[in-house]
Write a protein that binds this ligand. Structure first.
Ligand code: NAD
Length: 474
């Protein structure tokens, strides 16, 4: 594994600087702070895979940043840019993210240096299975140990291969499917996982937009999503779903920036249609009624209410932060703003909704998937019909006492029991709302000027309590 590229190092430095700044507000001892900051273990592996009759060697890594709670949890990234510092930064963000949203996991992250866009499906399957086997044989993956998930360049298909490899090597283990999340529904996945990060971003943004105190003097009209102009960078899993749910609630998606360039229309872009256009044409450019941008980075600097970077890290930095005109930067991606970039944004009065809170919807629903796998039953399976029978009795009683009958539509609406997708979405919404207010309370209580520092501090204090209660620090 090529170590410490400049981008990876910059990302890790930013995370450390954010952490150190937040830790300066903490009441915890310096020893516990040092333990919370350090990655607990780093495992690097090289393994051979035969491709078209020739052997190629691939490099993989898994960082378990924190074992204060088990299992640890974090995605697997397939990219030629994967390096140790980047994975360490992402693993530590996972630790803090889980703590912020009260998901009882430690943080982890993994990666393999491979280009998923130019590799054949056969190669991807061989590499995924071999990487998984390398981790399984060292007991580094397992439902109670470390549970990977999709990240940049991987998806449900790769997670299914990992689960299958695990089951083959741990034949008969009852909880085996809990070894990885983000699986297809038919292989132990959960309804609502694919859109979870984007939907969580929508819930988080909606909560911030209703926070009159936070938005005071920012020039955002109305305390709702209605009419807010959003520019999104990256129309992948996170960006697409976040933009889709915001648009559904009245936001206007004025710009979409992608790898090949961007499109802009001040009257709004239909996100679903734009996604279809890109899938069919291989490019976002030349979408109806939109202006093309050859350089999509320029789009970050356009006037809008909310800028939603949902592609890569380090895209807002000291070189362009001063030109950002958005009133809110909503971090869909992990680490899209460098520490130097953040200083400039904050100085200019821009609100940053930090990644460790805003994109935590994915890990929250991964937690629900893991719970489902451990209990080996679909959510809602036991209770849905009983709930519906009880609601029917209530509706009957209301009809009898009022002497009025409800329409079939009203009756169906009122007597619906909770199924898996409604339970997942309800749990996600509740999590994002509670976490937002948890961070805001800390911000007010400690007189902290920005949400990221408050979010890091919230996480540090929660993790510190775990370490203190372990009693390993006399
Ligand atoms: P993805 O691969 O589905 O989407 C990324 C998108 O960004 C792609 O459409 C890609 O073409 C686009 N892109 C790449 N380079 C670009 C560039 N230079 N300019 C504009 N667009 C570019 O990945 P994803 O799962 O949506 O993840 C995106 C980010 O969100 C990553 O930082 C990831 O770590 C983070 N994240 C993902 C999840 C999740 O559940 N998928 C959860 C939390 C955080």
């Amino acid at each position: 594994m090529a170590n410490n590229t400049n981008e990876g190092k910059k990302f890790l430095d930013s995370v450390h600087q954010y952490f150190d700044h937040a830790a300066s507000y903490s009441r915890l001892s310096s020893g516990i702070i040092a333990q919370i900051r350090a990655p607990n273990s780093v495992y690097k592996v090289s393994f051979p895979v035969e491709i078209d009759g020739k052997v190629e060697v691939f490099e993989g890594i898994r960082v378990q940043h924190s074992h204060h709670k088990l299992p640890s949890k974090g995605g697997i990234r397939f990219s030629m840019q994967v390096d140790e510092d980047e994975v360490k930064a992402l693993a530590s963000l996972m630790t803090f993210k889980c703590a912020v949203v009260d998901v009882p996991f430690g943080g982890a992250k993994g990666g393999v240096k491979i280009n998923p866009r130019t590799s054949s499906v056969k190669t991807l399957e061989k590499v995924t299975r071999r990487y998984a086997a390398e981790l399984i044989k060292k007991n580094l993956i397992g439902p109670g140990m470390d549970v990977p998930a999709p990240d940049y360049g991987t998806g449900s298909r790769e997670m299914a291969w990992i689960a299958d490899t695990y089951q083959a090597l741990k034949y008969g283990e009852t909880n085996a499917l809990g070894c990885v999340t983000g699986k297809p529904i038919g292989q132990g996945g959960i309804r609502g996982r694919a859109e979870a990060t984007g939907l969580g971003i929508y819930f988080g943004l909606r909560e911030a937009l209703s926070d009159t105190e936070l938005l005071k003097g920012k020039g955002l009209n109305g305390n709702s999503m209605e009419g807010k102009r959003i520019i999104v960078q990256g129309l992948g899993n996170v960006g697409y779903h976040a933009a889709f749910f915001c648009q559904q609630d009245g936001a206007i998606i004025t710009g979409i920036a992608e790898r090949e360039g961007g499109i802009y229309n001040e009257n709004g872009i239909d996100v679903k249609e734009a996604f279809k256009h890109r899938s069919e044409n291989g490019s976002i450019l030349n979408f109806k009624d939109c202006k093309n941008f050859d350089n999509s980075e320029e789009m970050l600097e356009l006037d809008c209410d909310i800028l939603l970077p949902a592609a890569l890290e380090n895209v807002i930095h000291k070189g362009n932060a001063g030109n950002i005109k958005a009133k809110i930067v909503a971090e869909g991606a992990n680490g899209p703003v460098t520490r130097e970039g953040e200083e400039i944004l904050l100085r200019n009065g821009i609100i940053i909704l930090p990644d460790l809170y805003l994109n935590a919807g994915g890990v929250t629903v991964s937690y629900f998937e893991w719970l489902k796998n451990l209990s080996n039953v679909r959510f809602g399976r036991m209770g849905k019909r009983a709930e519906e029978a009880s609601y029917r009795r209530l509706v009957n009683a209301i009809e009898t006492s009022s002497g009025k009958s409800m329409t079939n539509q009203e009756r169906a609406f009122l007597t619906q029991g909770a199924d898996e997708i409604s339970l997942v979405r309800s749990g996600l919404e509740d999590t994002m709302i509670n976490a937002y207010h948890g961070i805001r309370d800390v911000m007010v209580e400690k007189n902290i000027p920005d949400l990221r520092t408050a979010a890091f501090l919230t996480a540090i204090e929660k993790i510190g309590v775990s370490y203190e209660s372990l009693g390993i620090f006399p």
